[in-house]
Design a protein around this ligand. Structure first.
Ligand code: PRP
Ligand code: URA
Length: 216
């Protein structure tokens, strides 16, 4: 499944603000919502629809309504910064939370929480996690979703690394990845370069003053 690199100018305008180390959490959160709206619109371009007729003040008009059951699955904690945007677009979506934490030394992800909706086999699942670095978190989340029955899964991220894309494509070849960019590489701490630092820390202001969100 090819990676969908989203090339919209508004996506890249928001991305550059997210990357800028001078962007404070308030603006970072707003840009995370803006870019997620645009990426989610792209990832849902082919959602099934049903024909409907509504009455305008001037008479009947044919239209289409989304007919798919959509489940959005944020990977905690950084994925929460993308959730409101997706729910703004698809208010009827059900939400499954997946709690994963990368070990600071080994960068290996371990699961600390999961609560998924039922009947994922009939849903379009949008897994949201802004950073696809080694791919360990994405593969763990996708394993969980697939074990729970999910079949149509799309991953939306904000910055991807070549290693993460390759791992997801190897382990879950049917999953479509939507990202604005595939960055150059990972550093020795498995942070994306140039990336944007630690997304969760920048979103929630948990960066230590003397330790920038760069993976130390
Ligand atoms: C970040 C990010 C991804 C993961 C990506 O989360 O949100 O989930 O790292 O890295 P990987 O591709 O190498 O697995 P982190 O574990 O730092 O947790 P947080 O969201 O709570 O900050
Ligand atoms: N997680 C982040 O938040 N940033 C990275 O660069 C890698 C993992």
């Amino acid at each position: 499944m090819p990676v969908h690199v989203v090339d919209h100018p508004l996506v890249h305008d928001a991305l550059v603000t997210l990357r800028d180390a001078a962007t404070a959490p308030e603006l970072f959160r707003r840009m995370a919502v803006r870019i997620s709206l645009l990426l989610a619109a792209e990832a849902t371009r082919d959602l099934p629809v049903s024909p409907v007729t509504v009455r305008t003040p001037l008479g009947p008009a044919e239209g289409r309504r989304i007919s798919a059951d959509v489940v959005v699955a944020p990977v905690l904690r950084a994925g929460l910064g993308m959730l409101d945007a997706v729910l703004e677009l698809i208010p009827t979506a059900r939400v499954g939370h997946i709690g994963l934490q990368r070990d600071e030394i080994t960068a290996i992800a371990s699961q600390y929480y999961a609560k998924l909706p039922r009947d994922l086999d009939r849903s379009v699942v949008l897994m949201i996690d802004p950073m696809l670095a080694t791919g360990g978190s994405a593969v763990a989340a996708l394993d969980l979703l697939k074990q729970a029955g999910a079949r149509d899964v799309r991953m939306i991220c904000i910055v991807a690394a070549p290693e993460g894309v390759a791992l997801v494509q190897r382990q879950h070849p049917s999953v479509r990845i939507y990202t604005p960019v595939i960055d150059r590489e990972l550093n020795t701490h498995k942070f994306i370069v140039p990336g944007l630092g630690d997304f969760g820390d920048r979103l929630y202001g948990t960066v230590d003053a003397d330790v920038p969100a760069t993976g130390r």
